[in-house]
Design a protein around this ligand. Structure first.
Ligand SMILES: NC(=O)c1ccc[n+]([C@@H]2O[C@H](COP(=O)([O-])OP(=O)(O)OC[C@H]3O[C@@H](n4cnc5c(N)ncnc54)[C@H](O)[C@@H]3O)[C@@H](O)[C@H]2O)c1
Length: 260
């Protein structure tokens, strides 16, 4: 059990990529605390209700984890919302603030409180090392007219990750921080599209925009997150990992000329 003795928090772990990652971390032996604003039906570990956009909620979570699990080694900053497809002109200030509060400020708060917890009881006090993994998006790597708030929030996470990694390295904390950039993953974040087009048709539509010809399943992202959380990636920090079925690699023939 590679991660036995280690304690991990997975935010937004009630569904999708977070739920798959929590299961993989649990199966690797970690004590997993699944957090979400919505109740997880069957969490692989303990479930704590938590709003990533609230500093008080992070303070309460950290106190709870240190009290009940005694340490913190891994944080998967995964919770996020899409905020809809708005462009610069159609996006309201309220939507901009909500999306950035959850997707960007939530990750800032997560990094801040994870480092505080890891410094107190975890990596710096033992042989184990800490790992923070921030779930960004391909939206942080390529421009688009929209969703503008989501794109900006994920771009912020990409460079925040590098600041956190540099800070931890300079302070000689045994804590790494990396970002992950998924392409389309079949999760509830696409629920509005599934409701409009139907799940299978919507999945084929989004999948068709990927050179690889399909969307990812959450477990495929979970494997990458597990690797980054574990000591197998011990020399990796401040780096960005793209798992996007080729979207950022170049123009797809499938997209340009409709090749099968
Ligand atoms: N699915 C994709 O195609 C895709 C692509 C790129 C990036 N991502 C990112 O992956 C992450 C996970 O998304 P997913 O696709 O698994 O979607 P999902 O909707 O299945 O999961 C997101 C979870 O975050 C939770 N959440 C929302 N607001 C929260 C808050 N304020 N506090 C705590 N939890 C909150 C939701 O309740 C939900 O359980 C997100 O950050 C998302 O932006 C997803």
């Amino acid at each position: 059990m590679e991660l036995s003795g280690q304690v991990a928090i997975v935010t937004g772990g009630a569904s999708g990529i977070g739920a798959a990652t929590a299961t993989l971390l649990h199966d690797a032996g970690a004590t997993v605390i699944v957090t979400d604003i919505d109740l997880a039906k069957d969490p692989p570990g303990r479930f704590v209700t938590h709003d990533v956009a609230s500093e008080a909620s992070w303070q309460a979570l950290l106190a709870d984890v240190l009290k009940t699990a005694g340490r913190l080694d891994i944080l998967i900053n995964n919770a996020g919302i899409s905020g809809g497809p708005g462009t610069l002109e159609s996006t309201t200030v309220e939507t901009w603030q909500k999306v950035n509060a959850i997707n960007s400020e939530g990750v800032f708060l997560g990094c801040k409180y994870a480092i505080e917890g890891m410094k107190q009881t975890g990596p710096d006090k033992s042989a184990s090392k800490g790992s923070i993994v921030n779930v960004s998006s391909v939206a942080a790597l390529i421009g688009s007219a929209g969703p503008v708030a989501y794109t900006a929030s994920k771009g912020a996470v990409r460079l925040l990750t590098k600041s956190v990694a540099m800070h931890c390295a300079e302070q000689k904390y045994a804590i790494r921080c990396n970002s992950v950039h998924p392409g389309g993953v079949d999760t509830a974040i696409f629920n509005i599209l599934w409701q409009t087009m139907g799940h299978e048709q919507g999945k084929a539509y989004v999948g068709g925009a990927h050179p690889i010809g399909r969307m990812a399943e959450s477990e495929e992202l979970g494997e990458l997150l597990l690797w980054l959380a574990s000591e197998r990636s011990s020399f990796v920090t401040g780096a960005e990992f793209v798992a996007d079925g080729g979207i950022t690699t170049g123009l797809s023939r499938r997209r340009v000329i409709g090749a099968p």
